[in-house]
Design a protein around this ligand. Structure first.
Ligand SMILES: [Zn+2]
Length: 446
C-alpha cells in the first residue's frame, strides 16, 4: 500500500533532510524569546508545501501554527509538535555548531533535530509525499505546532481552550519518542503533571557579619528546616493530603510495565549507585517510576559558595522544587496544601512563588488508537514497547479530553535531547516517515 508515497520518501530523503537542517538553523530558543516568529513562519511554509491549509494564531507569548486538510474521511489524525528548542549552552561541549546541523556517521547533529524539529519535519514531509505523488489521503489531517513547549507551554491554553473543535480528533501523535536503549521502538501514552515552585526566605535587610548569628535569624536555616518538614528519609512526602485522590496504575498498565526492561543493573552503573531509592527493584521499581509523584529539590541557594572562607550570615535563602504529579492530583490543590503545611509547621515566613503547573494525562492502554499505532509500528519497525506514561511532564491534559494521544518519534537512546550534541539517526528519520504512512493507512481501516 502507498508504494509511490514510500518511494517518494526514499528518493527525496536528501531534500527532506535539507528542510530539517534549514528549520534547525533557526535558533528558536523559547527561553530567550529568540527566533520564534521565523521558526513559526517556516513551519507554516512547510505545511503549505504539504498541501495543508494554515493559520497562525497569536497568543500573548509565541504563536501557535495550525495546519489542516479535510478530505471528508471518517477518521481524523492530529499531530502536536513544537518549533521551539532548548538553549544550546554550554556551546563548547558541542563537536559541531548547534545551529549549523551536521551529518556524521549516519547521524544528524544539531539543537532541535530530536526535540522536536525532526519529528515536525518528517511528519510534514510524509504528507508532502502524498501530495507530490498525487495520492489521496484516506484520513483528515490536523497539526498544532506551538512555540513554548520547552518553557512549559505557558500560553498554549489561550489557543486550546478557544479551539476545542479543532483539537478534537480520533487519534493524535504527540511530539517525542523513538527507540529505547534495547533498540526497540517505544510509545508513551501519557505524561505526568508538574507543579514547579520556588521557596524563599528573607530574614534580614542585608547580609551581615556571621558573628551576629548568635542574635540574628538565619534565612538559610529557616529554609532547611522548612524543607526538612516536606519529606522523610524514605522520600515519603509529608504534606497533609498530598497523596489523596491519586489514581493508581490499572491492572492492564501494571501488566504492560512488567514487559518493560528497565536495565536496572546498567543504570546503577550509569548513575553510580549501589541501589535505587528504598531498595526498589523489579516490578516495584517500575510501579514507582510510572506511578509515583515526586517532591524534588532542583536547586538551593544562599550565602557564599566561592573559594575559601567568607564568614557571612546571609539575608536570604531560596530553593526550587518540582513536584511531578500523577493522575488524580492537581497543581492548584498541591499549592494550597503546601501553603497550609508550611503555615501549620510555623514557616509563615517561607514564601512560595508558583512558576508552572498542570495535571497529568494518559490515553488508556486498551484504546483502539493505541492498537492502530502498534500495528503501524509492527509493519515498519517490529515490536513496540508501550509505556503507560512517561515519567516526564507535558501539557497533554490540554488535548487529552478531545483526542487520544500517543507519543512516537524519530529519537533514540543516544539522542541527547536538551544536551550538547543532540542528534538523530537518519535511518530512523526515514523509517519514521514510512511509519506515518502506515499509521495513516491503519487509521483509515479502523
Ligand atoms: Zn524538550
Amino acid at each position: 500500500m502507498y508504494d509511490s508515497v514510500t518511494k517518494f520518501i526514499d528518493s527525496s530523503l536528501d531534500e527532506s533532510i535539507e528542510t530539517l537542517k534549514s528549520l534547525c538553523r533557526i535558533p528558536s530558543v523559547a527561553a530567550k524569546n529568540e527566533g520564534l516568529d521565523d521558526a513559526a513562519m517556516m513551519v507554516e511554509e512547510m505545511m503549505k508545501k504539504a498541501g495543508l491549509e494554515t493559520e497562525i494564531h497569536p497568543t500573548t507569548g509565541a504563536s501557535v501554527v495550525t495546519g489542516w486538510l479535510d478530505v471528508g474521511a471518517k477518521r481524523t489524525l492530529l499531530f502536536y509538535d513544537h518549533y521551539d528548542v532548548q538553549p544550546a549552552e554550554p556551546f563548547d561541549l558541542w563537536h559541531s555548531p548547534p545551529f549549523e546541523p551536521e551529518l556524521r556517521d549516519g547521524r544528524l547533529y544539531g539543537r532541535g533535530v530530536a526535540d522536536n524539529k525532526g519529528n515536525t519535519a518528517l511528519r510534514l514531509w510524509t504528507l508532502r509525499a502524498f501530495r507530490e505523488t498525487g495520492t489521496d489521503l484516506p484520513v483528515n489531517i490536523k497539526f498544532v505546532v506551538e512555540g513554548e513547549e520547552e518553557i512549559g507551554s505557558v500560553h498554549l491554553p489561550e489557543y486550546t481552550e478557544k479551539n476545542t473543535d479543532f483539537i478534537t480528533a480520533d487519534g493524535g501523535i504527540w511530539e517525542f519518542g523513538g527507540a529505547g536503549i534495547h533498540g526497540k521502538q517505544e510509545a508513551w501514552l501519557g505524561l505526568k503533571g508538574i507543579f514547579f515552585v520556588e521557596l524563599g526566605v528573607e530574614r534580614l535587610s542585608r547580609d551581615v557579619h556571621s558573628s551576629n548569628a548568635c542574635i540574628l535569624p538565619s534565612a538559610a536555616s529557616r529554609l532547611i528546616w522548612a524543607l526538612n518538614s516536606l519529606k522523610d528519609e524514605a522520600s515519603q512526602v509529608l504534606i497533609e493530603g498530598f497523596y489523596d485522590g491519586i489514581k493508581p496504575l490499572t491492572k492492564t498498565e501494571i501488566e504492560a510495565i512488567k514487559k518493560i526492561d528497565m536495565r536496572e543493573e546498567k543504570f546503577k552503573k550509569v548513575y553510580g549507585i549501589e541501589e535505587y531509592l528504598n531498595g526498589l527493584t523489579n516490578d516495584k521499581l517500575k510501579e514507582a517510576y510510572y506511578g509515583s509523584p515526586t517532591c524534588n529539590i532542583c536547586g538551593l541557594t544562599s550565602g557564599y559558595q566561592g573559594k575559601g572562607s567568607m564568614t557571612v550570615l546571609p539575608a536570604k535563602a531560596s530553593c526550587k522544587i518540582d513536584f511531578r504529579l500523577v493522575e488524580g492530583m492537581h497543581p492548584d490543590d498541591i499549592h494550597k496544601k503546601l501553603r497550609k503545611h508550611l503555615d501549620e509547621h510555623g514557616f509563615t515566613d517561607v514564601k512560595i512563588t508558583y512558576f508552572e503547573g498542570y495535571p497529568a494525562a494518559k490515553t488508556p492502554i486498551d484504546h483502539p488508537f493505541v492498537k492502530v499505532i502498534e500495528r503501524a509500528n509492527q509493519r515498519i519497525f517490529g515490536d513496540l514497547v508501550i509505556h503507560p506514561t512517561s515519567p516526564g511532564s507535558g501539557p497533554l491534559y490540554l488535548f487529552n479530553k478531545y483526542v487520544p494521544m500517543v507519543s512516537i518519534g524519530c529519537g533514540d537512546y543516544e539522542s541527547k535531547a536538551h544536551s550538547p550534541n543532540e542528534s538523530i539517526v537518519i535511518e530512523n528519520f526515514r523509517k519514521s516517515m514510512h511509519r506515518i504512512v502506515a499509521v495513516i493507512d491503519e487509521m483509515s481501516k479502523w
